[in-house]
Design a protein around this ligand. Structure first.
Ligand code: SF4
Ligand code: SF4
Length: 104
């Protein structure tokens, strides 16, 4: 269970480094985010929700029934679009209203 950082999208804002409760993320010498200890990530998605440019993906490996695809979060106003990208398949998108997401 882990995340993947898409370097080409990262703008080096550092928001993910402050969001991670395990202090697993840092900015590397090239100004891009990197994960220090990938095996320690428990997939809480806090960093993904904070990233303003959708540069962090959640790897959907076989251990959780995935098929090597990636889940990313795209922000649009008070909506989160959870986009699942899998090789050879059309994207699946689940939209969540952030104003209601923690209500239940
Ligand atoms: S998913 Fe959670 S534990 Fe893993 S790097 Fe992001 S904030 Fe840290
Ligand atoms: S929040 Fe996103 S853009 Fe900012 S440093 Fe982290 S991965 Fe890069």
């Amino acid at each position: 269970m882990s995340i993947r950082i898409h370097e080409e999208r990262c703008i080096g804002c550092g928001r993910c480094t402050e969001a991670c409760p395990g202090n697993l993320l840092r900015l590397s010498s090239n100004g891009k985010a990197e994960i220090r200890a990938v095996e320690d990530c428990w997939g809480c998605t806090a960093c993904m929700k904070e990233c303003p440019v959708s540069a962090i993906g959640y790897f959907l490996g076989a251990d959780i029934g995935g098929s090597g695809g990636t889940l990313r979060i795209e922000r649009e106003g008070h909506f989160y679009h959870w986009r699942i990208e899998q090789p050879g398949r059309a994207d699946t998108v689940i939209t969540i209203d952030r104003q209601n997401a923690n209500r239940y």
